[in-house]
Structures are given as structure tokens and as C-alpha cells.
Design a protein around this ligand. Structure first.
Ligand code: MF3
Ligand code: CO
Length: 250
């Protein structure tokens, strides 16, 4: 499947879906606190998506059961919300949300601390992961290569002593949640597909405090770090335009 470039009008539509995802994440982030379950977050997100007139993108995608992915501590991505997973002081939770509006998808993720007792080293993990996302976004320019994005993310993460996940990657996005090309969070500058005007990429670094290896739990979804170290995840959808990278999920 070839990489689909979007017209200005399509990018405008994706800005609307992106804006809805942002509002959902802002709302849910405000609810994160000790004693709240990840299913509480799921219910709040589902209600908000409906209120805003969009449809959830993840629920039913390859039979994924929920509108959010909520990945706590050593969970990297694709954690399934559960009544039994009650957040506690000192945890970190990654919240990943996707919606579709008028045929166009939006996808974004944040990782937030639970309560106020975040350990300084985890504070650093969150800061470095979010900053690495912006390093990657900065490379989403006409004429650059896909791996310029990954290389920028990887350099920033590894300079801080953390590691990037290899088994899960970012992706093109548009009239489908996952389009070409894959957008790894590692790579060599100048390698991979050339970026052209109108491409829209979901850039999503997943950063482990310890080693990069992953495994998937028995629920067939939840990806965790093999060494049990904590992991953070931030994601934005970004359009490649004549004026440089434009973040659609804000
Ligand atoms: N943002 C993630 C991704 O792009 C979550 C979607 S996976 C789903 O892969 F299956 F839960 F939808
Ligand atoms: Co994504």
C-alpha cells in the first residue's frame, strides 16, 4: 500500500479529529488520581468522545475492547482499562486515545503521574520521552527521510540513558488509523521513505527506563518491558507541510 498524501482540506479535517482527541486527553488527565481505576478513565473518555460528536477509533479495531489504552508503570502500550486496576500514588499512566470524525482519524497519547509523589528519575523519564517526541516532530519536513525522525528520537533518549522500544512504531494516519509508512523511534539519518507534502504521521516514542526488550501479556494486548522497568509514551499526529511540521493533535 502506497503512502497517501493529504490535501489541505483533508488536513483541515484531521485537525478537527486531532482537536477532539486533545480535548478527550485533557479531560481524562484531569481525572487521574490515586484511587481512580483505569476503567473510570475509560468511561469518562467514552462519554467525552460521544459528547464531542466523534467515534472511538480503537474499540473494535482487531477486537480491541475499549476506547482508550491505559498502560501503567512497566506497561508500555495497549494496556486494557480495568475496574481492578486502581491507580496509586507514584504510578505513571500512559493514556492513548484515537477518534474518527467525518472519516478522518486522530491519535494521541500522554503519560501522566498519579498523585504528587513522582520519583525524580520517573519525572526525568516523562520529560525525556516528551522532549524526544518534539525532536522527532522537528524532523517531519519535506525532503527528509522517515528515519530522520527515529534517529532524532533515539539520540535524545539514549543520551539520557533510557532506551527506545523497537517492536512498536508510529505510523501514517488518515482515512485509516494505521497507514504507511511505519515510523520507528530509531534509525539512521537519510534512510527510509522520503517525506512529501501532505503526509500525516503519528509519531509515538515509547521509552523504557531500563532495557528496550518487550513482551506481551496473556491478554494478547498489554505490552510490558521485559525487565519490569517503567515505560513512557507520548504521541502526536503531524502533517508534513510547506510551512514545516504541523501538529494536528493540539
Ligand atoms: N495509538 C496506538 C496505535 O497507534 C493504539 C491503537 S491500538 C488499538 O497503535 F488496537 F488499541 F487500537
Ligand atoms: Co498511534
Amino acid at each position: 500500500m502506497a503512502i497517501v498524501c493529504k490535501s489541505t482540506a483533508e488536513i483541515e479535517k484531521m485537525r478537527h479529529s486531532g482537536h477532539i482527541v486533545r480535548q478527550v486527553l485533557d479531560h481524562v488527565r484531569g481525572l487521574v488520581a490515586p484511587g481512580v481505576s483505569t476503567m473510570d478513565l475509560e468511561r469518562a473518555a467514552e462519554k467525552k468522545i460521544k459528547e464531542l460528536g466523534a467515534k472511538p477509533a480503537f474499540k473494535g479495531y482487531y477486537d480491541y475492547p475499549c476506547v482508550l489504552c491505559t498502560s501503567v508503570n512497566e506497561e508500555i502500550v495497549h494496556g486494557i482499562p480495568s475496574e481492578k486496576r486502581v491507580l496509586k500514588e507514584g504510578d505513571i499512566v500512559s493514556i492513548d486515545s484515537g477518534v474518527v470524525l467525518d472519516g478522518y482519524y486522530g491519535d494521541s497519547a500522554i503519560t501522566v503521574p498519579v498523585g504528587s509523589g513522582l520519583k525524580p528519575e520517573l519525572q526525568k523519564l516523562l520529560e525525556v520521552t516528551e522532549a524526544s517526541l518534539y525532536r522527532g516532530i522537528e524532523q517531519a519536513r519535506i525532503g527528509n527521510s522517515v528515519e530522520d525522525i527515529g534517529a532524532a528520537v533515539q539520540e535524545h533518549v539514549e543520551a539520557a540513558g533510557f532506551s527506545v522500544v523497537r517492536e512498536f512504531v508510529g505510523h501514517g494516519i488518515g482515512t485509516r488509523l494505521h497507514e504507511e509508512p511505519q515510523v520507528p523511534n530509531f534509525g539512521s539519518r537519510g534512510h527510509g521513505a522520503r517525506l512529501r507534502e501532505g503526509m500525516v504521521l503519528a509519531i509515538e516514542p515509547m521509552v523504557n527506563y531500563g532495557k528496550p526488550e518487550t513482551r506481551v501479556l496473556g491478554d494478547k494486548w498489554t505490552a510490558v518491558t521485559a525487565d519490569g522497568s517503567f515505560s513512557a509514551h507520548f504521541e502526536h499526529c503531524v502533517a508534513v507541510t510547506k510551512d514545516g511540521p504541523v501538529i494536528l493533535t493540539q
